[in-house]
Write a protein that binds this ligand. Structure first.
Ligand SMILES: Nc1nc2c(c(=O)[nH]1)N[C@H]1C(S)=C(S)[C@@H](COP(=O)(O)O)O[C@H]1N2
Ligand SMILES: [Mo]
Length: 396
C-alpha cells in the first residue's frame, strides 16, 4: 500500500519509526538506505563486508516485490552514494567491438530511446545456498535471494545498436564505480554473450517500481537482465564494454559464478579449467504463504501460494505435495506479465487430520525441466540450488 506521492529525493524520512504498522514503508525510506544500520529491521544480515542481507521467504508474497523487501547483495565496498548526482551521471558504451563509442547522460537515454517497463526477476546465483549438503562456502542465502520488480528504462539492445556492434563482438562487460574490498579495482564486472545483450529482456533502467532505484539496488542506473544470474545485473552502472572475447572482468574467472561442466559427486573438487559460466537461471518455485511454522485449526482450508520462474523459459505447471511427494496436486498458475517475470500460483488444500505436515512445491518449465525434490547437482560454490521449497504446518 502506498500513501500517496512524497518527494523521491534521497533524504531521511524523519518519522519512519513512528509510522503506523499497517502503512508499509515508502520507497523513499529505502532509497536512503546507505549502510547496514539502515536496513529494514526484519532483514537478516549475512555479512557486512561486503554487505549482504535477505528478507524471509514469507516477505516475498506480492507479485511485484517492494524495494524494501528485496534482498541486497554487494561484492565489495559500497559506492559513495552521497556523491551520486543523477544529473551528471554518465553511461559509457566502449570496448574493442563497438563502432561508435558513446557517453550518455541519463537524460540522453530517456530522450533518445523508447522507454520500456518490464517485470524482471533478479536472483542471486547463490540463492538457497544454505540448502546444499555438504555445505559450500559463501553467503548462506535462504530461499529469498530473489525478487521480481518493475524496471523502467531503455532496451540495452537499442543502445548497443545505436552505437554499432562489430562482427567480432562476443561478450559484454559491465562496469560500476564500487570497489573491491581491498579498495583497489572493480568489486565485480561480469557480462553476457552478445546475443543475450541484444534480446528484449535486458534494460538500462533508472526506475524500480515507479521510483528512482534505491541506493542499495543500484541508484541511479542499473543494467537489468531477466532470467540470468543476478551478478550480470550491474548496479550503479557506469558503462558497458562490447568485447571481442569472453569478458575478463573481476568474478568472470572460474570458479566464481561457474559450475562444473560434468557431473560430480557431492563434495568433490574440480579443476578451474573444468568449470563453465552460468548463463541462465533454472526452473524454481517458492511458497510465500503461509509462513513455515503456521498452526491452523482442523477443518479450515489452507490456501498455499507463491511464485515460480524459469530463467527465460515459461513455467508450465506448478504442483504441491503434502505427503512427501507421494501424490502431487496441480496448482492454479498465472501467465507471466512478460518474459523474465515470475508467475503466481495458489492452491487450496484440505488437511483432514490433526498433525504435522510438510508442503512441497515443484514447478515444471516449457521444455519439461522440473525441480529435484532433494537437491540438484552439487557444485563447489553452491550455485543454482533449485530443490523443491518446503514449509512445515501443524493442524491442531
Ligand atoms: N555494482 C554492483 N552491482 C552488482 C553487484 C555488486 O556487487 N556491485 N552484485 C551483483 C550480484 S552478485 C547480485 S545477486 C545482484 C543483487 O541485486 P540486489 O542487491 O538488487 O538484490 O546485484 C549484482 N549487481
Ligand atoms: Mo549474486
Amino acid at each position: 500500500m502506498s500513501v500517496g506521492a512524497i518527494s523521491t529525493l534521497p533524504v531521511p524520512w524523519v518519522f519512519a519509526q513512528q509510522r503506523p504498522k499497517f502503512i508499509e514503508p515508502l520507497n523513499i525510506d529505502s532509497l536512503r538506505w546507505m549502510n547496514a544500520d539502515d536496513l529494514p529491521k526484519d532483514f537478516t544480515i549475512l555479512n557486512t563486508k561486503p554487505l549482504c542481507a535477505h528478507p524471509s521467504e514469507a516477505m516475498l508474497s506480492s507479485a511485484v516485490t517492494p524495494a524494501h523487501q528485496s534482498f541486497i547483495r554487494w561484492n565489495g565496498l559500497l559506492p559513495h552514494f552521497d556523491t551520486i548526482d543523477p544529473a551528471s551521471w554518465t553511461f559509457e558504451v566502449k570496448g574493442e567491438s563497438v563502432i561508435r563509442p558513446t557517453i550518455f547522460t541519463i537524460d540522453d537515454l530517456k530522450t533518445k530511446f523508447t522507454q520500456h517497463t518490464q517485470a524482471l526477476v533478479i536472483e542471486c546465483g547463490g540463492n538457497s545456498r544454505k540448502n546444499f549438503y555438504p555445505s559450500t562456502k559463501g553467503n548462506q542465502w535462504n530461499d529469498a535471494g530473489v525478487y521480481c520488480a518493475n524496471w523502467t528504462g531503455v532496451l540495452l539492445s537499442d543502445v548497443l545498436k545505436y552505437c554499432g556492434i562489430r562482427e567480432d563482438a562476443v561478450y559484454t562487460g559491465h562496469h560500476s564505480p564500487d570497489l573491491h574490498l581491498s579498495g583497489r579495482g572493480e568489486a565485480i564486472s561480469r557480462g553476457v554473450p552478445i546475443q543475450a545483450a541484444l534480446t528484449e529482456n535486458a534494460l538500462i533502467a533508472w526506475s524500480m517500481n515507479d521510483h528512482p532505484i534505491p541506493y542499495m539496488h543500484g541508484y541511479p542506473l542499473r543494467i537489468v537482465f531477466g532470467g540470468r544470474p543476478g551478478s550480470v545485473s550491474q548496479k550503479c552502472a557506469s558503462g558497458i564494454s562490447v568485447r571481442n572475447k569472453i569478458h575478463d572482468g573481476h568474478k568472470m574467472a572460474a570458479p566464481a559464478y561457474q559450475v562444473p561442466n560434468y557431473p560430480i559427486a557431492p563434495g568433490e573438487q574440480v579443476a578451474n579449467k573444468d568449470f563453465r559460466i552460468i548463463e541462465e537461471m533454472i526452473v524454481k518455485s517458492l511458497i510465500t504463504s503461509p509462513p513455515s511454522g503456521t498452526e491452523l485449526t482442523l477443518g479450515k482450508e489452507l490456501i498455499v501460494s507463491g511464485h515460480a520462474w524459469a530463467g527465460l523459459r515459461r513455467v508450465e505447471k506448478v504442483e504441491l505435495s503434502y505427503d512427501y511427494g507421494t501424490t502431487w496436486h496441480l496448482a492454479k498458475l498465472k501467465a507471466p506479465v512478460n518474459k523474465g517475470a515470475w508467475q503466481q500460483w495458489y492452491l487450496s488444500l484440505s488437511l483432514l487430520t490433526k498433525g504435522y505436515y510438510e508442503i512441497w512445491v515443484k514447478a515444471t518449465d516449457s521444455l519439461g525441466d522440473s525441480q529435484p525434490v532433494v537437491q540438484p547437482q552439487w557444485n563447489p560454490k553452491g550455485y543454482l540450488f533449485n530443490g523443491c521449497h518446503r514449509i512445515a504446518v501443524r493442524v491442531v
